[in-house]
Design a protein around this ligand. Structure first.
Ligand SMILES: [Zn+2]
Length: 257
């Protein structure tokens, strides 16, 4: 398996997933078709499927144009396929999608949208998380609440620590700056921010991250951190001291950061 990140719009990523044995490829999220077609041409692969993570235009806006060039299988979460342009196959939690010899399991992870999915290539230790899990952050709660997002994130963090995470937006540096306001003493977080700043200066992407790195640095996976909880409770002494309240407050603080 080879993964090629393709920058889209201002800070989105599409990912070309290549099965090197069969030269077949799938694309995870497509906002702009021309760059995706160019990347597939450069790699010398046959595009066979679109794997959208969710229905937002900056993740599916290029589907129709891609379909004008190739007949493709287009996946969408069951009952929500009508929100994905060109959807041909609805899938549910646990379904396995084949891409040449590659296999991805569908994980249902709602909250950013009600039909959001991740694609887990278990054998290749790779996970495509769209706008649910970012490096240092999580998606906004457009069609779900804090509790739902915590359940979705927990489903992802239950996978092996070494899993590579390919996310939907290059928000890493800003996410980590926010995280540092909650955990200024977190050394792993400080190191990762320094690295992200350097990547940005070199015009390099910060994908992929790993689940191990996210557990060490991502405030939306660290609601049990004593330092993080103390920071939040210092700012909001009347906040109930339960996990959901802490998580919801972190999300609300990030919304206005
Ligand atoms: Zn989105």
């Amino acid at each position: 398996m080879r993964v090629v990140p393709i920058p889209q719009l201002t800070d989105n990523y599409a990912y070309l997933i290549i099965d090197e044995a069969s030269r077949k490829a799938g694309i995870v999220d497509c906002a702009e078709a021309p760059a995706v077609l160019r990347a597939a041409g450069d790699a010398g692969v046959e595009l066979v499927a679109i794997l959208p993570t969710h229905h937002h235009w900056d993740h599916v806006g290029g589907n129709e144009e891609l379909l004008q060039h190739h007949p493709l299988t287009v996946y969408g979460y069951t009952g929500e396929g009508h929100r994905i342009p060109g959807c041909t196959v609805e899938v549910a939690e646990g379904d396995v999608i084949s891409l040449g010899a590659l296999a991805a399991r569908v994980l249902f992870i709602p909250a950013h949208t009600s039909g959001h999915v991740a694609y887990h290539f278990e054998r290749d230790r790779s996970l495509f998380t769209g706008d649910t899990l970012f490096a240092g952050g999580c998606g906004r709660l457009f069609e779900g609440d804090a509790e739902m997002m915590m359940r979705s994130l927990s489903k992802l963090t239950a996978l092996p620590d070494e899993t590579c995470v390919y996310f939907g937006h290059e928000y890493t540096e800003k996410n980590l700056r926010f995280a540092l306001t909650l955990e200024p003493q977190n050394a792993a977080l400080r190191d990762k921010l320094a690295w992200a700043v350097e990547q940005s200066h070199q015009h390099r992407p910060t994908v992929p991250t790993t689940l191990a790195s996210e557990k060490a640095t991502n405030p939306f996976l660290r609601w049990t951190s004593p330092e993080l909880r103390a920071t939040v409770r210092r700012k909001f002494p009347d906040l109930p001291d339960d996990d959901v309240s802490i998580f919801a407050k972190i999300r609300a603080l990030k919304d206005v950061f």
